[in-house]
Write a protein that binds this ligand. Structure first.
Ligand SMILES: [Zn+2]
Length: 160
């Protein structure tokens, strides 16, 4: 079970070894890059239990909350969220969309963009469960060609 004590939290908000600070790999065990937007980068999560699940990560510098960036940066970040959510929605046609900014484990500003389906395993509730082990039981991954096609479709939708 994930533990967050005071010293770990202090280190996290300092940005030391922050996995969301740049430079970031375009592809790693957690994501594949979809596109660079005005002040953030959009990635498709490796886990696709909720088809289209993506992360939008603030690019500028290490910031933990809106109070650490300017209003102009916040507006750009919000615009990026708007275009990203709209493009994903267009491609996967979900029943509903969840957008979450939690920052409990990685405090660097980011959004989870989570398409929801009335057939999904957590429909009617947040996707997060009590333990990572419970969550892992639902993990779903796409084969490479389906995944690449999804990324390409979202890229096209972002540009239309
Ligand atoms: Zn950071």
């Amino acid at each position: 079970m994930f533990e967050m004590n005071h010293s770990r939290w202090k280190k996290l908000i300092s940005g030391e070894n922050c996995p969301f600070c740049k430079p970031r790999l375009d592809n790693n065990q957690f994501w594949d890059k979809i596109a660079t937007l005005s002040t953030s980068t959009l990635y498709l999560n490796k886990k696709q239990t909720y088809l289209g699940y993506s992360l939008l990560i603030f690019d500028g510098f290490h910031a933990n909350s809106p109070s650490e960036i300017t209003q102009d940066e916040w507006i750009k970040f919000s615009q990026d969220l708007y275009v990203a959510q709209k493009a994903i929605e267009k491609v996967v046609n979900p029943t509903h969309m969840n957008v979450a900014a939690l920052g409990n484990q990685i405090s660097h500003l980011h959004y989870h963009i989570i398409p929801r389906y009335d057939t999904d395993p957590r429909w009617g509730a947040p996707i997060w469960m009590n333990t990572p082990e419970e969550m892992a039981q639902l993990d779903t991954f796409l084969d490479e060609s389906t995944r690449n096609q999804l990324i390409e479709n979202i890229q096209k939708a972002l540009n239309t």
